[in-house]
Design a protein around this ligand. Structure first.
Ligand SMILES: Nc1ncnc2c1ncn2[C@@H]1O[C@H](COP(=O)(O)OP(=O)(O)O)[C@@H](O)[C@H]1O
Ligand SMILES: [Mg+2]
Length: 272
């Protein structure tokens, strides 16, 4: 397996191309994400944001180009090409990543079942250890950690609660990277603001260490509030990559109209 030593780099996407049925979605995406980065991937609906994420997660294979990710289990934490990994290697890598899918991907069952899933299957922890971690991560996402709540079924939860559970489940493995696909889409403005704040708190701080955080979003409020590094996909390529301040101020004919039209939740009213 080819490895590349590049200290401080978490994810490197090189010349990534992907087409579905001859329709090119990604046409040469280049992107470098250093460890501890806080980055938002933006772009019009259907431009390939989720497709890009799925390549980084190793769920899709590139037609051309490659995706390199840091492999914390190898000496020196080198970058490895996902294409070189077998299913077991990929499973090992996934234990270092927390993913919050757009529709949360909770399975029918209790809060504790969902949070304990990987702790039991991957870490082989027992009930008591799982309950301890569940209490800790539920606290981190602002949910109660009492027995009643742990035993409640996730099917009956509101959108905001389900999102928090999905974030808590991702945190349970204490991942070095967190990936969020449209974490605030479909939430009311108050809940969306709470989730935005959670994205910052799960990112960590200088004292306890920073995670790498990648957020796919359409949410202008999120950008204005969190001021991340912004990567814009357009026409299958990265058309902007820089600080939010530069994105917001850009007069580019691609960025300007997109930014003006990005939905602002509080103008759409609750539930919008
Ligand atoms: N598995 C797939 N098969 C065929 N087309 C797909 C597949 N996944 C995504 N696409 C297409 O790729 C384009 C980009 O999709 P996506 O990345 O989901 O957009 P978004 O930027 O909104 O997340 C869309 O036109 C979508 O229909
Ligand atoms: Mg998407």
């Amino acid at each position: 397996m080819d490895t590349v030593i590049e200290p401080g780099m978490e994810i490197r996407v090189e010349g990534l191309c992907k087409a579905f049925d001859d329709r090119a979605v990604l046409r040469g995406v280049d992107l470098a994400i250093p460890s501890g980065n806080f980055v938002a991937v933006v772009g019009g609906s259907g431009c390939g944001k989720t497709v890009l994420l799925n390549h980084v997660l190793g769920l899709l294979q590139p037609d051309r180009g490659r995706v390199l990710v840091a492999a914390p289990d190898l000496p020196g934490c080198p970058l490895v090409d996902l294409a070189d990994l077998g299913p077991n290697d990929l499973d090992d890598l996934h234990t270092h990543w927390g993913v919050v899918f757009q529709r949360n991907a909770l399975f029918s069952g209790t809060v504790l079942d969902n949070i304990g899933l990987w702790l039991e299957e991957v870490r082989h922890l027992g009930e008591a250890a799982i309950a301890d971690i569940a209490a800790e991560v539920l606290g981190a996402v602002g949910l109660p950690a009492g027995r009643d709540f742990l035993d409640s079924r996730v099917d009956s939860l509101s959108g905001g609660m389900a999102k928090r559970i999905a974030i808590a489940r991702a945190l349970a493995m204490n991942p070095r990277c967190m990936f969020f696909d449209e974490p605030t889409t479909g939430l009311d403005p108050v809940t969306a603001a709470q989730i935005q704040d959670l994205l910052l708190s799960t990112h960590g701080d200088a004292a306890s260490g920073l995670r790498t955080t990648v957020i796919i979003t359409h949410d202008k409020d999120l950008l204005s509030r969190l001021r991340p590094r912004v990567v814009m996909l357009h026409d299958g390529q990265v058309s902007f990559d820089g600080p939010f301040e530069a994105f917001e101020a850009s007069e580019s004919p691609i960025i300007r109209p997109y930014f003006e039209l990005m939905p602002v939740l509080h103008q759409r009213g609750a539930g919008g």
